[in-house]
Design a protein around this ligand. Sequence first.
Ligand code: BDP
Length: 717
Amino acid sequence: MALLRFVFLFILISFSASAQKDYKLWLQYHTVSNSAIASEYKNNSKGIAILGNSETIKIAEKELKTGFWDMLGNVPEIKSEVKGESDIIVGSRSNLNSEIKKELQSDFGKINNEGFIIKTISSKSKKQIIITGKNDVAVLYGVFNFLRILQTNKSVTNLNIVDSPRTNIRILNHWDNLDRTVERGYAGFSLWNWQKLPDFIDQRYVDYARANASVGINGTVLTNVNANALILTPQYLEKVEALANVFRPYGIKVYLTARFSAPIEIGKLKTADPKDSEVIDWWKNKAAEIYKRIPDFGGFLVKANSEGQPGPQNYGRDHVDGANMLADAVAPFGGVVMWRAFVYSEHDANDRAKQAYAEFQPYDGKFKENVIVQVKNGAIDFQPREPFHPLFGAMPKTPLMMEFQITQEYLGFSTHLVFLPKLFQEVLESDTYQKGKGSTVAKVVDGTLYQNKLTGIAGVANIGNDLNWTGHPFAQANWYGFGRLAWNPYLDSEIIADEWLRSTFSNDGNFIKPIKNIMMKSREAVVNYMTPLGLHHIMDTGHHYGPGPWVSNLSRPEWNPTYYHKADEKGIGFDRSKSGTNATAQYAPEIEKLFDNLETCPEKDLLWFHHVSWDYKLKNGQTLWNSLALKYQEGVNQVREMQDVWSKAEKYVDSERFKEVKMLLEIQHKEAKWWRDACLLYFQQFSGKELPAEVERPTQTLEYFKSLKFPFAPGNG
Ligand code: BDP
């Protein structure tokens, strides 16, 4: 009996230890061995002076204790003032003594309010590490950064880090509904348990805030852009307030989506016309009511007159009227309005890719100063690859914020390993040429191109209540990487992958090197097996799960994949050049020229901009048909390589996560083949050509692939 109990306990403990690894994200704090740090802090600790007593500072203290205990096996003595010798001094500028303040004066001149300094200073023959910033949240960022240095095995001697975020708003957009379903969510249900709030505070809320703070994310939009006005009623605001209270000490502000017709739906008004005085007052009062509860409320995110959502155009007004009315309501409290430019209309026969630019560019300079226009990275919709959105750089007098999608709506849900920071980096590095060479999207987004004061990056969250938060263990890297790039849009994605792997799994070089390699290739793999050479939006409609290039029966033309690939006997691709819709003209002349010409258009974007004949020769000397087929095959091969590499990782990873990733890669492989076979069989009807020898033969017929239906695919409302 006793033995049985012991065995049971053992299983329980090892299960929870393993499960905890999944839950702990990149904050594993696994033992740091074989490093100078370990010996320094193990044997020679003089303690940590923690200055200040705000909730935020207490969080920093707890984090340091946990980090030291887990990574180094000891907790240094914590002191509340600098007395005697201290290894590390942690506190905001106002709490530092004048000697240290003087020493750091020029560094303080280099950081903004959220920036931090981690510096080794030597005085009177002793060396100390100072972790500081202008306020306590900045100090917390510094602490997380310091712990990351330890966790990733970097040297802690002579530290000299002076770092500030380059953007103001670093925010997650949760497309979470009040019934806890998550639009385009593939990791379970919403974290927000509205039914139990405000009285029940799930530990997950705290852990969520902690994870975000560790990468510098400072805002969260709790609700879906397809908004429900009920969130603005007192019944729900009380719950929002409870979440805001949890997040505040972590430096995270809460924002809500504002349904434009809320004055009618919950305010009993007859109209939501932004020029109507009752409507204006209703929003002003609503803002005051919210700020009374949540003094640091961030503001509103709005999807208006887009995909059937209500908006100012319902009343003959425009986006500027709508955004500015809301901006006036939150301005007295320091709030902002993030107004989305994701618009396209079924009444507009124009190329969908042109519509957002056509509508928004003329508004440049017309928005109030607390409005920021939120633009998706590409002109269609979060595809595996899109050229950068032509609005970037084209609205010099308007702050634009980036909207990335972290959840993998079009990139394999949470079953495909795709390292998105590589995609994000490609977009951020793109040169818009709008102010000459070097006018990168990153410079638009961080405000340096046009000296915008308000800046931001949003990521549509991939987080749900799955044990591991994101469905796929490697999808955690996309949350992490989003945060790191929002902080610094110039960061190299390879560095992000390296940091994440070390903090999440292991510092062992034999593990890091091959696994980092497959992460870095994974984005190109998904492009290859789904939408190579500039193809886009050929996913099955509605849920967007799997291939559906044949779909052509939906009421709105631009909802049909056939609208996007335009395959026919002559060739394939969307002619957006001068001979077609002339979408290329929305870019700066240098880029327009590049994209417009079939010969100079980058091959990765070829079918985005051109309808190309099946026999057209690509740079590799192969015909378009052959190249397309070979790309699909390459994607499948790349997944096989990922499987192969992962199978050798077993000894570096806990068995639970090892098995999870292994199974997920099997699904990815199966689906990559599905994509290849279905798309090639379908396109072959038009090309009339044989598959090149290197391409594996499909194992099913086109009819079979067309017959597959997924009525309960997740995330589809
Ligand atoms: C599309 C999604 C849809 C979103 C929409 C948006 O399919 O669920 O509501 O974008 O961003 O990608 O508003």
